[in-house]
Unconditional design. Structure first.
Length: 344
């Protein structure tokens, strides 16, 4: 599915309706008093969580949202109707930031949660509210108060079952394209993936599993280098991490360490997430070399190591089968937490 994780939009709540200047005009009532009604309140801007949304792509086509203004008051002390609110449906996990992205204002965390973000302006008073002993026939009424308005940033930390991480060009997008209905851009150069890609994998009769291809992480990403913090944040909402390492590279332990270090330095729970380690592109090496590298990484991490190739369906099936078991039966593939060993 087309994924957009940021959008800037303009919000404006409704202006309050004007108060009315009116006097009773009834037969046989010579001195009818003031009876102008109050204006209605303006509509609110309300954010609402939507479970069926996984992207902010719709906000690329609509950036302005305005609530309805309140109706003006009328004679016989009739209050104007309040303006209709404007509901903005966003994916669960969406955060709203101020105009310069410096302050997180709210986060939509649950389905159908409604958060009043901007309140509509109050309606103005009709002239009957200004009647006094000194002024029994006021010709004064208030105009409605203006609504609130502001530009905000929407930021979606995607919610997926599995997030695929790794250095640039380790085969994440190729894997996603192979096992799901996603169609990410695939090419033999770093940073092919500039935006997260989502794919849905269905295995037999089990529930759909959402897999996210997180753009390539590089050293010092936790400080904002490369594509930086933006994409590390997406991993926060993933249940499991699928850590891809290119087996054809010279130093696979260093490559593995690079990603682990970035996750640990970023913190926020990433260092404790369940991790499945996968060596990719095994078709590029001999069987003997593959076995040696698998043993090397297994000895270093003390975890089970999967080895796959897009050209070897059986290797993919084995990984997917264990992912399903982990999801359905809550089986911990890696019983021990990762603890770095000293490299010889």
């Amino acid at each position: 599915m087309k994924f957009l994780d940021e959008a800037k939009i303009f919000l404006q709540s409704g202006k309050g309706g004007n108060g009315c200047v009116s006097f009773r005009r009834e037969k046989y009532v010579e001195f009818g008093g003031p009876d102008g009604g109050d204006g209605g309140n303006g509509g609110n801007i309300i954010f609402r969580g939507a479970k069926n949304r996984n992207t902010l792509i719709d906000f690329r086509f609509q950036q302005h949202f305005k609530a309805q203004k309140g109706k003006d008051g009328a004679g016989k002390k009739k209050k104007g109707a309040s303006g209709n609110p404007t509901y903005i449906e966003v994916p669960i996990g969406t955060s709203i930031y101020n105009d310069d992205y410096s302050i997180k204002l709210i986060e939509v965390e649950d389905e159908n949660t409604e958060i009043i973000f901007l309140k509509g302006g109050k309606g103005g008073f009709g002239n009957h509210k200004f009647k006094s002993s000194k002024n029994i026939a006021p010709k004064k009424a208030n105009t409605g108060y203006p609504g609130e308005e502001m530009w905000v940033w929407l930021r979606l930390n995607l919610i997926a079952d599995i997030g695929i991480v790794g250095l640039p060009n380790v085969g994440k997008s190729s894997f996603l394209k192979f096992v799901t209905n996603a169609n990410p851009k695939v090419a033999d150069y770093p940073f092919t993936t500039l935006f997260p890609n989502l794919g849905v994998f269905r295995y037999k009769d089990y529930q759909d599993i959402i897999i996210a291809d997180i753009p390539g992480i590089i050293k010092n990403a936790f400080n904002g280098s490369g594509l930086g913090l933006k994409f590390l944040g997406h991993i926060e909402k993933c249940t499991h991490i699928l850590h891809f390492v290119d087996i054809s590279k010279k130093d696979i332990i260093k490559d593995y360490q690079t990603i682990r270090n970035e996750l640990n330095k970023y913190g926020r729970g990433l260092e404790r997430k369940s991790e499945i380690i996968v060596l990719t592109k095994i078709d590029l090496l001999s069987q003997k070399d593959c076995i040696e590298k698998i043993k090397l990484l297994k000895s270093y991490t003390r975890k089970k190591i999967y080895a796959i190739s897009i050209k070897d369906k059986k290797s993919i099936d084995k990984l997917l089968t264990d992912l399903i078991k982990k999801r359905v039966n809550n089986i911990n593939i890696n019983e021990e937490k990762w603890t770095p060993l000293k490299k010889n």
